[in-house]
Design a protein around this ligand. Structure first.
Ligand code: ADQ
Length: 478
């Protein structure tokens, strides 16, 4: 045990619990993985000390701490069967589609629920162990993989301060009620002191789902839910990016180099861009169909416009994702087959891989418009990255943003679209490119300013203050 006596609220250590440990194998051994959450949590956890609890990914020899980082790591080891039932099945085929408005039909199977419960118990046990080393720590549990952890930890440590953040949407009560284990999951979350969401809409859906599924067990007063004699705060806290760091990458020599190459490659053409994990919630097929319709209607654009889609491989152990990949690749092939002019470049460039940040920033800089068209998306950080890069390089790109993303609530100067209306989307894309540059630049500047003001460090500080039960301001963790 490292702490003696009472610690000030803003010094309490943080134990974070997330599906994966923030580690990957690099050329010189283990290194920090580039994920947004770890970048965001690192400064706070290093200042206050703490432990990150997560699945070890089946890797052995994970260090207790990375040489470059003063955060302890505590791996949770799972069997192949548990990984399949909990992760591939329950998390990705039941909860993910259910929480995303059932845009794909959720699969409900008792054996995968069993695995989910078992694995949540293993994570909760690991969290309790880590909390034993940091007795005054705050516990911060992340995302839909671990919704039973708050209640399980509460049973072992009744006085523990616990926060939960959901990175995906919470659907309307009618949809949520389809889950056969709706009460168990709600009780799991209500073990926390604070349950937080990206938007006020998701927060409200959660409270209404709790009232509907547990009518005699919960009492709602404003944004507080009473359950088993405890008061649980529900909050809306939109996640963000490290805007200053992104702006720095945008203006780095590596990005300038990659941008020069892109500008030479696509000289004289209008560049449209899509950047996503390859997921059926992201509206990639709808976006491609809109581009196809546009090229069909406007033969003059066929060699003047290029659409670059960068798709990071995702969850390819799951059938729905393999099907999506096949559909995307078939659609790209069809569009290029139909519209490539003899002796010219193809209209659609498709990259099935993730790119390093400077390459990604160069693509954001080169894009006259970014098409962010999810059918539903908790937040969408790609939209925030684009406006920051465009603004840092004084560019005047257009953000086309689905109204069904959490980001649409904040990035109000974006050109909002309904991706279900493919024809409307194709007209919108056609129209935005004619918008005068001054207005475009003003919109980008307004959105970038907001992202800088509400960056990820502010998000972390607010979340941690809420979990500790402190006043929300001033923001101290930078
Ligand atoms: P994701 O669904 O993964 O996250 P998103 O927020 O858009 O979605 O992206 C996360 C990160 O992945 C971004 O920082 C982005 O740069 C990176 N990324 C995406 N495509 C990439 C590519 N082709 N190459 C390299 N990097 C790429 C979930 C929720 C979101 C929510 C986040 C955070 O689904 O709604 O915004 O968590 O809470």
């Amino acid at each position: 045990m490292e702490e003696h006596g009472a610690l000030a609220d803003d010094q309490r250590p943080v134990v974070a619990v997330a599906n994966r440990l923030p580690l990957q194998q690099g050329s010189d051994g283990w290194e920090l993985s580039p994920g947004g959450l770890v970048t965001a949590l690192r400064p706070v956890m290093e200042r206050r000390s703490g432990t990150w609890v997560g699945w070890d990914g089946g890797d052995t020899g994970i260090p207790a701490r990375l040489p470059s980082m003063s955060i302890d790591l505590q791996g949770v080891t799972l069997t192949a069967e548990q990984v399949n039932g909990y992760y591939h099945e329950f998390a990705n085929r039941t909860l993910w589609p259910l929480l995303h408005d059932a845009v794909e039909k959720p699969v409900f199977e008792r054996c995968s629920w069993q695995a989910y419960r078992e694995v949540n118990e293993a994570f909760a046990a690991a969290a309790v162990e880590a909390l034993g080393r940091h007795p005054q720590a705050l516990l911060w549990v992340h995302d839909y993989h671990l919704m039973l952890v708050p209640e399980l930890v509460r049973a072992a440590l009744p006085e523990q301060r616990i926060g939960f953040f959901l990175h995906v949407p919470w659907p309307a009560p009618d949809l949520y009620s389809r889950l056969p284990w709706r009460r168990e999951v709600l009780r799991g979350l209500l073990g926390a002191d604070v349950v937080s969401f990206h938007t006020e809409g998701y927060r409200r859906n959660f409270v209404r789902s709790a009232t509907r599924a547990l009518p005699t067990d919960v009492v709602v007063r404003g944004t507080t839910v009473g359950h088993e004699g405890r008061a649980i705060a529900t909050t809306a806290g939109p996640i963000s990016i490290d805007a200053a760091q992104y702006a720095e990458t945008a203006t780095s020599p590596e990005t300038a180099h990659a941008l020069a190459a892109l500008e030479a490659q696509f000289a004289g053409r209008t560049v449209l861009l899509g950047v996503d994990r390859l997921d059926y919630t992201k509206g990639i097929v709808e976006r491609l169909l809109a581009v196809e319709l546009l090229l069909e209607r406007r033969p003059d654009l066929r060699d003047q416009l290029v659409f670059i889609q960068i798709a990071v491989p995702s969850r390819d152990d799951v059938q729905e994702y393999r099907d999506l990949r096949a559909t995307v690749e078939q659609t790209v092939g069809r569009i290029n087959g139909r519209f490539t002019q003899p002796g010219t470049d193809v209209p659609v460039h498709y990259l099935y891989r993730g790119l390093p940040q400077s390459q990604l920033a160069a693509h954001y800089a080169a894009a006259d418009a970014l098409l962010v068209t999810p059918l539903i998306d908790g937040m969408n950080l790609v939209a925030k990255e684009y406006v920051v890069v465009q603004h840092a390089l004084r560019r005047a790109g257009v953000l086309v943003l689905s109204e069904f993303t959490g980001a649409a609530a904040e990035l109000r100067e974006a050109r909002l679209c309904n991706p279900f209306d493919v024809e409307g989307l194709s007209h919108l894309i056609e129209g935005v490119l004619d918008e005068p540059l001054a207005g475009r630049r003003r919109r980008i500047a307004a959105m970038a300013r907001r992202v800088h003001q509400h960056d990820v460090h502010r998000w972390v500080a607010t979340q941690i203050a809420d979990i500790g039960g402190q006043a929300r301001e001033p923001v101290r963790d930078r």
